[in-house]
Design a protein around this ligand. Structure first.
Ligand code: SAM
Length: 207
């Protein structure tokens, strides 16, 4: 039998994520402002990022930006487990009340930033040691903005850049361009328990 808690919360590598039926999530939904660019749940590519970082813990990572954060799982994991200062960035302001519920469940806070990939400047990106993203390259028109944001992150000296995806063709197109320009590596990744997820992570170690 599934307990009430297991229906309202999921745990993954030490991070607690609310489900759509968590009472606090239901309260936010009742307020009526609903995410409109797919930031409406925990996407499983977040688990790929979390699991990868859990196995390959980067050293000296003090500041992280989670771009296209949605409900913010990967950034929340970085705040909780790496003790990093995390900026959670999304174009859709409606994701942040949901992210706040998740952050509160994990006793962490992250700094919200409403912005678009194409608006993040090299100067802004200079303040981060790591850029993470999960499932952000899902439309043809996102390939170019995501690729150019990666270019600016490399130029800004962001040391670690990780973008996970369930391997949509648009992600592969962006990753191939980053492989040519920055020797980005593509790592196939899979998690089995307690959440099954499968896909690839594009990684740039910008030493
Ligand atoms: C598929 S969801 C993934 C959310 C989260 N990363 C996760 O794994 O649960 C994609 C997210 O990207 C955001 N997004 C889409 N286009 C964007 C843009 N141009 N700039 C910033 N964020 C964007 C959406 O609002 C949404 O929250």
């Amino acid at each position: 039998m599934t307990s009430k808690k297991s229906r309202t919360e999921r745990r993954f590598r030490g991070v607690i994520m609310p489900t759509g039926s968590h009472p606090d999530i239901r309260r936010v939904k009742r307020q009526g402002d609903y995410p409109s660019i797919h930031g409406n749940k925990l996407w499983k590519s977040s688990c790929l990022i979390i699991d990868y970082l859990n196995r390959h813990r980067p050293e000296h990572v003090e500041s992280v930006i989670d771009v296209g954060c949605g409900w913010g799982a990967s950034g929340i994991w970085c705040a909780k487990k790496l003790g990093a200062e995390v900026t959670s960035m999304d174009a859709d302001p409606a994701v942040f009340p949901f992210l706040n519920v998740a952050a509160h469940l994990n006793n962490v806070t992250t700094t919200p930033l409403v912005s678009r990939f194409e608006k993040l400047t090299t100067r802004q990106l200079r303040q981060y040691d790591m850029l993470i993203a999960a499932d952000i390259c899902f439309w043809d028109e996102l390939v170019d903005p995501v690729y150019k944001m990666v270019n600016r992150a490399v130029k800004a000296g962001v040391k670690h850049i990780l973008i996970a995806d369930p391997e949509r063709p648009t992600f592969h197109e962006m990753a191939a361009r980053c492989a040519s320009k920055h020797c980005a590596e593509l790592v196939e990744w899979e998690t089995r328990s307690p959440i099954k997820a499968r896909g690839a992570i594009m990684i740039i170690e910008n030493a």
